[in-house]
Design a protein around this ligand. Structure first.
Ligand code: NAD
Ligand code: TYD
Length: 352
């Protein structure tokens, strides 16, 4: 039986992970520490909120007293750190929160774990959830990122994640902390906040709003279904070598414009509107510092841990589209006043 501290468990990947973990390991303790920013939503966890081993704590990972208290009260032996500011466009508009949560927050968690696990860290695990974006941008024909690829972050978001990765690494080298880092490609699936590409395209299309394509639409992302990310983290916690880094990816590269067109085509089929949703596709100004291509080489996950993604993309995307169509009220509820303000700044008042 393990005793997990999951941070950011009310967000997109964190809430999918909490559900995944409780269904796979119902006897484990799962303490979910989340500050409930605009991106965190307890509704995402309704299915499991009464599960016997589950506890939600409303708190901030930068609050050392709160984190120390949880380590002591709950005898935490495993940390899975999802909590972060996670959206590149927001990091361009206002980087400060990214520095605080992503860097300072990770530092606080590491210090609290180091203090709590002193001298008996052997069976403990501190898993830090990171991103492919720390490696920067790949040329079209370049080989996918391996774990040895040099760090070259280009946005305040990826730079803050890179800084936190370095701290995690240093705590292993210097203090022997049993850390693990996973760098994952773009996730998609249910409960993703509709500021990110796939849900934003779905909802804008259904609402008859412009579907914004940054730049020439030829940027490439490597998409992974969120459950596959969860099973990857599970595999790394079970058998990953402390101090190691694992790249997780879907081997599933798509140009943005192709994925946007595909979503519009599938929606034409699932929920026909007047005309094709493709007519809403609108090219807009590019994102500053927009990384051209990400692609993950996840062979270490396969050869060392036997992990491979289980969801193929057309099937995962179809499930995701259906989930959004069935949960339009959830979408309305998470798009609060704060989100509308962000949307107007990012896309212009007229796009509202
Ligand atoms: P998200 O923005 O949906 O959720 C983040 C969660 O963290 C929210 O519940 C929020 O309330 C919480 N949070 C924010 N600041 C906090 C703080 N100071 N203290 C406690 N909780 C706080 O993010 P996501 O997409 O689920 O990403 C989760 C993690 O996975 C992040 O670390 C991100 O960098 C990483 N990641 C995401 C992707 C992706 O495609 N979404 C890909 C690779 C890695
Ligand atoms: P996003 O979901 O923000 O993830 P990330 O930037 O972390 O990869 O964006 C995915 C890709 O889609 C990225 O190349 C930017 C692009 N994009 C658009 O073209 N239009 C949009 O409205 C958004 C949100 C993203």
């Amino acid at each position: 039986m393990r005793r997990l501290l999951v941070t950011g468990g009310a967000g997109f990947i964190g809430s999918n992970f909490v559900r995944y973990w409780i269904s796979c390991y119902p006897d484990d303790r799962v303490v979910n520490l989340d500050a409930l920013t605009y991106a965190g939503n307890l509704e995402n966890l309704r299915e499991i909120e009464t599960a016997p081993g589950y506890r939600f704590v409303h708190g901030d990972i930068t609050d050392r007293d709160c984190v120390d208290r949880l380590f002591a009260e709950e005898a935490i032996d495993t940390v899975v750190n999802f909590a972060a500011e996670s959206h590149v466009d927001r990091s361009i508009l206002g980087p400060e929160a990214f520095i605080k949560t992503n860097i300072q927050g990770t530092f606080v968690l590491l210090e609290a774990a180091r203090a709590a696990w002193q001298g008996e860290a052997q069976d403990r695990r501190f898993l830090h959830v990171s991103t492919d974006e720390v490696y920067g941008s790949l040329a079209p024909e370049a080989a996918a990122f391996t774990e040895q690829h040099r760090y070259a972050p280009n946005s305040p978001y990826s730079a803050s994640k890179a800084a936190s990765d370095h701290l995690v690494r240093a705590y292993h080298k210097t203090y022997g902390m049993p850390v693990l880092t996973t760098n994952c490609s773009n996730n998609y699936g249910p409960y993703q906040f509709p500021e990110k590409l796939i849900p934003l395209v779905i909802l804008n299309a259904l609402e008859g709003k412009p579907v914004p394509v940054y730049g020439d639409g030829m940027n490439i992302r490597d998409w992974l279904y969120v459950d596959d990310h969860c099973s990857g983290i599970d595999a790394v916690l079970a058998d990953g070598r402390p101090g190691s880094v694992y790249n997780i990816g879907g081997n599933n590269e798509w140009h943005n414009i192709d994925i946007i067109t595909l979503i519009c085509e599938r929606l034409d089929n699932l929920q026909p509107g007047q005309g094709s949703y493709q007519d809403l596709i609108t090219y807009v100004k590019d994102r500053p510092g927009h990384d051209r291509r990400y692609a993950m080489d996840a062979r270490r996950m396969q050869t060392e841990l036997g992990w491979t993604p289980q969801h193929d993309f057309p099937e995962g995307l179809e499930e995701t589209l259906k989930w959004y169509l069935d949960n339009l009220e959830w979408c309305d509820r998470v798009r609060t006043g704060e989100y509308r303000k962000y949307y107007a700044t990012q896309y212009g008042e007229e796009a509202l």
